[in-house]
Write a protein that binds this ligand. Sequence first.
Ligand code: ASP
Length: 439
Amino acid sequence: MVKVVKFGGSSLASAGQFAKAGDIIRSEESRRYVVPSAPGKRNAKDMKVTDMLYACYAAAEAEEDFKLKLKKIKERYDAIINGLNLKLSLEAEFQKIAENFQKKAGADYAASRGEYLNGIIMASYLGYEFIDAAEVVFFDKNGEFEAEKTNKALSRRLKKSERAVIPGFYGAKEDGTVCTFSRGGSDITGSIVAKAAGADVYENWTDVSGFLIADPRIIENPEVIRVITYRELRELSYMGATVLHEDAVFPVRKEGIPINIRNTNQPDEKGTLIVESTCHHSKYTITGIAGKKGFVAVNIDKDMMNSEVGFGRKVLSAFEQNGISFEHMPSGIDTMTVFVHQEEFEGKEQQVLSAIHRIAQPDTIDLEADLALIAVVGRGMRSTRGTAGRIFSALSHANVNVKMIDQGSSELNIIIGVANQDFETAIRAIYDIFVTTQL
Ligand code: ASP
């Protein structure tokens, strides 16, 4: 059994958190490959080391004095080293970093030092080998991740190492220039390492006990989802529920390697298992609820629209010409509505309207702003009657007016459009009917 374990920034923010991670790793022989993030926040007012590095490098680039900022970063690491009683000095490393900052080695290089240094500490603390991600994770000239080249080099390298620490978030181009993934990218490295190691599971250790059924800012103490499929996860993440970097599923998904989200502060909890497919029934009919505010409905009317071949295409081409993607498109006989992101749409509103008039010649177009979309997601809905009925009766009892309904043919989700101001009420009503009252 081989497990790849990735620890997020808050799990490695201090010596105390490092020790928890160390206990977790040592408690199972199979936890052979470790991917650390940079130290995160120790409390709400704290700053992530990655952000400190970006700020420090910005000062260097502006040719301001950056030494004090760098010293503060070193102090974060020294506190961890001393707290763990390690005989390790990062003096020479910081010397080199200061020189490279002076030479303007780039913001990616700067940010990557957060995980690099944490990796050195982690390897020393565990007695594992340190493998610099710059030697095994590759990006092309344009900064695009090179999956195949990486997988080849990394699997070869891991075969030679029984136990190793590979820092997350970065890699290098062929010429050695350091490149990072987007923010939160250590999740991706964990997944890449899991694939290359042929791991049985990719454990992603963070500060929550898994993926929650609903947003805890709206629902008090929502339950944790035990098992979720990649497709369900995608639906929920798209609607704003984030625990994992979106791109982290790709390397492991094709290999059938499950991702287990775990809580470093509650290691006995099983967390959420993300799988390709499962016959494990979810505890409730729905797996999760997520949503986003800030949509506009563009309502288009035209008599005899239903018999005009190509009308939909013409309307959508007006959006396409203006670089606006649409979310949903419910339609009636002589009406059609296109849901778009308000932020994206606002600046181009009049151009889009005139393009629709020009291309499709509708009778009227009317706009409705400040709408929210809510996705009720669950593989269990396919085999259950009355799910939609329960959602709508719950919403009507909560006095929420439903503006739009969209159920895909996969029966994996039902999307509901409501006014922004009804968003929280609607989510609470749906959670209550499927979860609270089912206990
Ligand atoms: N340290 C990086 C960030 O703050 C990457 C990560 O934590 O995954 O975004």
